[in-house]
Design a protein around this ligand. Structure first.
Ligand code: ATP
Length: 199
């Protein structure tokens, strides 16, 4: 039984690659989804956020006003620290719960996370799989997908660890600067190997 962490920079193709694993029957947990789930209405984390920032941090329907929270933590580093101290352990606990072996039947499960290597989430995984493309491809694909300016995407890339650092920590790398059918072949080969190695 193994947890394989799948990571890569913005627009590198994590979602695309994880869907290909999914077609082979592989189960995955998405750290971004979990980060949203732990602050849904009624959760202890959302109650703590409301107690700290006041009702202004909620939308009229009681859900978290993410845009406002982003703005506050962007402007006030102390508030960012407070929020990270609250949420990181909660997210980690929920990831551990969802990654429990009873929840999947293959010898391995994927943890998809853009911040696997930037946070302590890498301590949860047995194997690190990086989806890699050149920075220029990352920029072009993200701009095309999100309608963002080059400067916006460059800022996000600059805030993540570098391509070299990320690849140096990888146990395996998927080169996603290729047609999708070639990438699919890499995914199938890795899956076959993981089934043996982690079986
Ligand atoms: P984010 O970190 O922003 O969530 P991501 O790493 O999940 O991004 P994707 O959304 O999978 O990246 O891919 C980024 C864009 O590039 C998407 O529009 C996707 O369709 C496209 N894309 C992914 N892989 C390929 C490929 N091999 N060839 C062409 N386009 C691709």
């Amino acid at each position: 039984m193994a947890i394989v962490g799948l990571t890569g920079g913005i627009g590198s193709g994590k979602s695309t690659v994880v869907r290909q694993f999914g077609e082979l029957g592989v189960h995955w947990v998405d750290a971004d989804d979990v980060a949203r789930e732990v602050v849904e209405p009624g959760t202890p984390a959302l109650k703590a956020i409301e107690a700290h920032f006041g009702r202004r941090i909620l939308q009229p329907d009681g859900s978290l006003d993410r845009a406002q929270l982003r703005q506050i933590v962007f402007e006030t580093p102390d508030e960012r620290t407070w929020l990270e101290r609250l949420l990181h352990p909660v997210i980690r606990e929920e990831l551990i719960r969802q990654l429990k072996p009873d929840n999947y039947h293959l010898p391995y499960v994927l943890l998809v996370s853009p911040l696997l290597l930037e946070t302590d989430q890498h301590n949860l995984v047995d194997h690190i799989l990086v989806v890699d493309v050149p920075v220029e491809v990352q920029l072009e694909r993200t701009m095309a997908r999100d309608n963002n300016s080059r400067e916006q995407v460059e800022r996000i890339i600059a805030a993540q660890i570098s391509r070299e650092q990320r690849c140096s920590k990888a146990d395996d790398v998927i080169n996603n600067d290729r047609p999708l059918e070639v990438v699919e072949r890499q995914v199938r080969e890795l899956h076959d190997r993981f089934m043996v190695d982690f079986g």
